[in-house]
Design a protein around this ligand. Structure first.
Ligand code: SAM
Length: 212
């Protein structure tokens, strides 16, 4: 098992590339290290990538957890960039962030970026997303970990949670960032609906972590 000290070291290398505070990045790193490890591991998914800081952390931890020479899980990231208006904040994410993301994540062949918002990604997923791997068409329909840090609009986040929580494998995690935004609407709804969604739930400051 990877030590907490080592995870902190990975956070140290990524924290300046992210706008997420170290203590929340550390929890993300711990969750990646604890996600189910099986021979043909399902991908991880991040919605909201900015400059790639949190994605870099996930890829570094995967590199550490999976032995060299074995197939590492894929990390799919989803972000439209394009100065999309950001609900609840004046932050804007444009080609500067896109360029930084490509630079930061370029060394990782197990990273795939989808240049679209989560609405279009979820439609594509629902219609039957697949990848070509080793000469065969492989469905992408389950994830070992999902990290939601895109739009914080409660309706958008809720639609992501509804659709993606069902696709997390048993023992896997769904982390929702900033559930305290918009008066904590998403947090309250999660607390009420956790049994129906079939997840255990805990909060770590502004993050809410669901385990299947
Ligand atoms: C707070 S930043 C993500 C920070 C990143 N996870 C990190 O810690 O380094 C939010 C990102 O979400 C993206 N975003 C905004 N609306 C989105 C949507 N509807 N679907 C996917 N991504 C979205 C923005 O373009 C921005 O890059």
């Amino acid at each position: 098992m990877i030590s907490d000290r080592r995870l902190r070291w990975h956070v140290f290398w990524c924290r300046r590339k992210s706008d997420t505070k170290s203590r929340f990045l550390l929890e993300l790193a711990r969750t990646v290290a604890r996600a189910p490890r099986v021979p043909d591991p399902p991908p991880l998914l991040e919605i909201g990538t900015r400059s790639g800081g949190s994605a870099l952390l996930m890829l570094r931890v995967l590199n550490d957890v999976y032995p060299r020479g074995t197939r590492h899980p894929l990390l799919l990231t989803v972000d439209p960039y394009g100065t999309r208006p950001y609900e609840g904040s004046s932050s804007l994410y444009d080609e500067r962030h896109y360029r930084a993301m490509k630079r930061n994540l370029a060394p990782y062949a197990n990273h795939i970026h989808y240049m679209m918002d989560s609405t279009l990604f979820l439609q594509t997923l629902g219609a039957g997303l697949y990848l070509w791997i080793d000469g065969a068409k492989r469905p992408v329909d389950q994830f070992s970990l999902v990290y939601l840090d895109g739009s914080h609009d409660p309706a958008i986040v809720w639609s992501e949670i509804e659709q993606l929580s069902q696709r997390v494998v048993p023992g896997g995690f769904l982390i929702v960032d900033d559930t305290d935004w918009f008066g904590g609407q998403v947090r309250r709804r999660l607390e009420a609906d956790a049994p129906r969604l079939g997840v255990r739930l805990r909060h770590n400051g502004k993050q809410t972590i669901l385990e299947r």
